[in-house]
Design a protein around this ligand. Sequence first.
Ligand code: GAL
Length: 824
Amino acid sequence: MRKITFMLLGCLFFSLTLKAQRKEILLEENWKFAKGEQAEAMRTDFDDRKWETVTVPHDWAIFGPFDRSNDLQEVAVTQNFEKVATVKTGRTGGLPYVGIGWYRTAFDAPADKQATLVFDGAMSEARVYVNGQEACFWPFGYNSFHCDVTSLLNADGKNNILAVRLENKPQSSRWYPGAGLYRNVRLVTTEKLHVPVWGTQLTTPHVSDEYASVRLLTSIANDEGRDIRIVTEIISPDGAVVATKDNTRKINHGKPFEQNFLVNAPRLWSPETPYLYKAVSKIYADGKLADEYTTRFGIRSIEIVADKGFFLNGKHRKFQGVCNHHDLGPLGAAVNVAALRRQLTLLKDMGCDAVRTSHNMPAPELVQLCDEMGFMMMLEPFDEWDIAKCKNGYHRYFGEWAERDMVNMLRQYRNNPSVVMWSVGNEVPTQCSPEGYKVASFLQDICHREDPTRPVTCGMDQVTCVLKNGFAAMIDVPGFNYRTHRYLEAYEKLPQNIVLGSETSSTVSSRGVYKFPVEKRGDAKYEDHQSSGYDLEHCSWSNVPDEDFALADDYPWTIGQFVWTGFDYLGEPSPYDTDAWPSHSSLFGIIDLASLPKDRYYLYRSLWNKSVNTLHVLPHWTWPGREGENTPVFVYTNYPSAELFVNGKSFGKQHKLTAEESKALQGKDALALQRRYRLMWMDVPYEPGEVKVVAYDAAGKPVEEKVIRTAGKPHHLEVVADRNRLKADGKDLAYITVRVVDKDGNLCPADSRMVNFSVKGAGRYRAAANGDATSLDLFHLPKMPAFSGQLTAIVQASVQPGEIIFEAKAKGLKSGKLILQTEE
Ligand code: GAL
């Protein structure tokens, strides 16, 4: 009997001491929102009943309407060689992001605990009030920040009123920044003694196939000189405890608590093997469990060797990266994990292995997904430092806030294995000021201080200045934006003896639009405000992809590239940014605003994704009125050669040229370089019917065929979802591609009729996009015209599991219908 009592007591004690002291909740539902200044809206007795009820993340500006007059900017973009100021339309998407917005909600927090609010990002100039009192201010809209609100809580911890005032100044951005509480807001409650926000630093000082050494530094707040005991378990990717340490010490003059571990036969993190470990730490004081903190990490090594390049886990590789802005096209800036995952899934299939978050701190969900799905990341906080690019840009805050902004970013992401490099800035005008290198050095030093394990770069575009004034020489990794013709010179002049393409290409194209004659052109403009899908058009400062491929192939000291951009984004509609309204989104993307790949996607895929075959033919073959006219055919493929047939007639075989063969053609053929990477038949008279491409392997054996046909009359809508099973969590998304096709399923590539959507059952219509930068149709309304015969509708699961019935209807066509399942 005594024995049983003892055991019972033991269980009770066990469950009490192991109770989770730390709680984190997302503040998502039941926010009230109003646009414009609201006097005294921080007060607890303020009446917000008339305000709109919204869910956070929320982007107030994505609902439009688009308007030429939204954030008109009269400016000379000196980065683009402009000397005279002109009116820029659509620079920030033509969306109403400027102005003030207020959010209010209420939350409960245990009164005897430590309470911290964490904002993953708030656009912008956030003033946070709790129970009528200002809790904190954070100006930079992209950064995560936190405020300790313990002392502001109501005595019983109940019904605390949280109010947030945000303000976006006009002319504060070069692209669409979004507006509002567009990222998550969390409430973290802990004991008084706790691990503060981003309070651990985990490094892997030794990495080999035999063993890894893991070093964990844990900061403790409010230790009050007591003995602290930390028990940490290292958990392997399959859930086994592979190392443990149990240490007791005093916190030494504010220094974090250090523990070191050996992990035998570690499973190394890489884009191809994104293995993740966890360090789970239990923190005790006075014999009681005070906090439990989990640090997720990966074991991997990074190294940059002069003249040799970049090494991950001792293996040489070049970045096959893309730059992305943060918006999610038709969803605006409001973060959504399913939307991010969709983007990364498309990029993975393209063979992309790296992402540059340009030119801002990312959402934490993106970094976590990159850890899990296997992407290397370059995180870049700033587009300007102390010298302005935008009248009301970050330069207003740089002096006072730069270090705090850097520190938050570095501490938040220094344990994420996906992050392999920091970039301290993008094309900052400070590059050319004589003392500019000092500012660069100030920022680089902060990186080294907070994270001695990663190299630092900076996207430089003023090559002449930075080679002369010491700026490029003092950055760990010199990163150049465009200016491919100056890489060799930079390599030879700079002490680092490596060059990163921190931003490359900026080729412009519109999905499914082809212009004739087919020529390589800079700054080509057309009346329809589109760019050609033959992937030969670029801006005055930029280039087409082949140049970047050649630099990677020909020079060991190039360490790879980040293409501008993976996805089209809202704003910056170059070359249609100078009073060429309507034009609200970029043409730079490899993938359009509707998440539909452009032809270029397959060009990158043919070189980057080594595990699949690519055989892609362009243009489409439905050209009524072009009969007999020259209509070149391009093939993007990993196969070395192919033969083209039109209606059975051969146009001969083409093979990819070697570097030498291509060089020999230079001066004679304007597309000599392209012939290394693309198969091109430049003289093909159009006749309706069938285009067939037969691909041959290196031994000359026919191995794959691709056929495209002239479409007949539009007949029905084909609807295909990226996923048929969704999570019933109120957030998960399906991306449904809607195509106008003839009776045999051939795409009708010129169709632009209006498509209407209905969504019934366990989900709702969320948004649609067609990738047409000139379209002013609002994303959130359940209708959208097709563009080049296609569009994307996005459907969101509700919290009730069940069936979602989606239907797309258009005049004169048979409707398309599909059913999705949602589950808990
Ligand atoms: C770069 C700049 C990017 C974007 C791009 C367009 O110079 O860094 O933010 O503007 O040009 O080509």
